[in-house]
Design a protein around this ligand. Sequence first.
Ligand SMILES: [Zn+2]
Length: 304
Amino acid sequence: MKKHYESLLLDSDGLRQGDVRLSWLGTAGTFISDGETGILIDPYVSRFRISAVAFRFPLKPDRTLIRNWVEKLGRGKINAVIVSHSHFDHVADAPYFAIETDAPLIGTESTINVGRGTGIDESKLLPVKPGQTMQFGNFTVKFIESVHGPALLGRIPFPGTIDEPLIPPAAAGKYRLGGVFALLITHPAGIILHHGSAGFKPGMYDGIAADVLLLGISGRGNTDQYLENVALQSRAKLVVPIHVDNFFKPLEDGMAFLPTVKFGEFCRKAEKYRAIFMIRTLPFCKEIKILPLNPSPATNANMR
Ligand SMILES: [Zn+2]
């Protein structure tokens, strides 16, 4: 199945000035930039071991690794750090990316409390509510209310909110869900929808027409329903699975699937929609071109 994943990889071919490019940091972590403005979403590179998470050890974000990533992405090129929900694999490193880059940390009140716990200046903490939009350069980001996938034996892990500053190191269970956002990112080159957790609210994408859907597929329930309510409803032409990797292993070990991700089943179920959207995958830690889409990508669809 890894071979199939690799056969679908996007690349940086034909990248021109002003195009929108994307670097995948693993999990739902994506850096989206047009060369002028950069938006970092859910950056999580510390990748704590499964034993540390399971045995409720305090989790200490790896500041050196975070600093290295900031250098790699471009210290002055990160203008916003956005968090889609406040589980550790989305939020734990985000405040430190904000501190390193002097960019604002943006998310729910729970995310803001994770930021407070790291001592970020209050002026750099921007809480957002569902339905709100924010402008960063030529990017407009709309925060759409979503729900978490049933990731843990059919249940949402660590529900609830973080109601006071969360001072790290803290156990995984302290990183409570808060709310969940999907992010509709509009740019003159096209529209990207970041759907980082595999739940959905029926009708949440009524009236939306995205070009690219970054689709978190780990911890999803019924794949058919998920595809119908998110991929079809958002009218995406290109669907890019994210949150597929085993995030209990270090990034430098390379991409390995999270055992529960069932990538083959996802592709088989998606195949019936090949005339509507195509599926492409992201390389680990490498910049690719994401927008504008090539003309009529669906006609080039090649699922095999
Ligand atoms: Zn989560």
